[in-house]
Design a protein around this ligand. Structure first.
Ligand code: KIV
Length: 281
């Protein structure tokens, strides 16, 4: 088993100029593979609302299924730094509610940190979580849970005013005590400015190459989700095509009698089949 990834080992990577790798994960078999591949940070993300449960956005996720999935991921990836994503309305109502829900990720799923969306408006909540011993990853740029206000999944910080707000929010969140920051769908220059100023690891998903590490949604990276593909996605596999081909081959084999073959069938113990036939006569 590899050495457990901790906030300290992640900070060391930043100090040594090594890039941090991060992927989402929602279940045990994928967690086993991400652990084997040595991925540093795993996000059990509320993106599973879309990738796993087929919703149009992430607003439908709630704490109970998130905890179940995070438990499965933790089992498969004991060495990774596991971040539990705070679903919609699990932290916005009050800092107390945020502590109660985030605490479940730590106590019930063995997470190393929780992630929440928002900037200055979340500073008090971040402080409360940190005071309650819960490490926090901030999430700035495109906040998918604000889709109703944004009018869609749109890149952010592409004008001076928008970029300045994100840079300022990053500073405020860091002062409030976040241990890590995720930046989504912003120009690389915004990523570079924030990463250079930050004393914490800054991970990007569509934030260019100058941040300290990269995140992709694993279903995007493997070509396992094609409802839409954001600009920042690189596909490392066309899993959908491979799986579809296998399913079609299976169907054809069954329909045309090529499956099962002798090697897929159980054998009677010696002499027992003859005995059965005699008894059935
Ligand atoms: O839930 C998730 O996977 C996320 C990413 C979109 C960053 O929050």
């Amino acid at each position: 088993m590899r050495q457990k990834v901790t906030i300290h080992s992640l900070q060391e990577k930043v100090r040594n100029g090594e890039k941090i790798t991060m992927l989402t994960c929602y279940d045990y078999p994928m967690a086993l593979l991400e652990e084997k591949a040595g991925i540093d940070i795993i996000l059990c993300g509320d993106s599973m609302a879309m990738t796993v449960f087929g919703h149009e956005n992430t607003l439908g996720m709630t704490m109970d299924p998130m905890i179940l999935h995070a438990q499965a991921v933790r089992k498969g990836a004991p060495g990774a730094f596991l971040v539990g994503d705070m679903p919609y309305m699990s932290y916005q109502i009050s800092p107390q509610e945020a502590i109660r829900n985030a605490g479940r990720y730590m106590a019930e799923a063995g997470c190393d940190a929780v992630k929440l969306e928002g900037g200055a408006n979340m500073a008090k909540t971040v402080e409360a979580l940190v005071n309650a011993t819960i490490p926090v990853m901030g999430h700035l740029g495109l906040p998918p849970q604000s889709i109703a206000q944004l009018g869609g999944f749109k890149s952010q910080g592409r004008d001076a005013e928008g970029a300045k707000k994100i840079i300022e929010d990053a500073r405020i969140l860091e002062e409030a005590g976040i241990s890590l920051l995720l930046l989504e769908a912003v120009p690389p220059e915004v990523g570079a400015i924030i990463a250079e100023r930050a004393k914490i690891p800054v991970i990007g998903i569509g934030a260019g190459p100058h941040v300290h590490g990269q995140l992709l949604i694993v279903h995007d990276a493997l070509g396992f989700f094609d409802a839409f593909t954001p600009k920042f996605v690189k596909k490392y596999l066309d899993l959908n095509s491979s799986i579809l081909e296998a399913l079609e081959n299976y169907k054809q084999d069954v329909v045309e009698g090529r499956f099962p073959q002798e090697e897929h069938c159980y054998k009677f113990k010696a002499g027992e089949l003859e005995k059965l036939y005699q008894q059935l006569e």
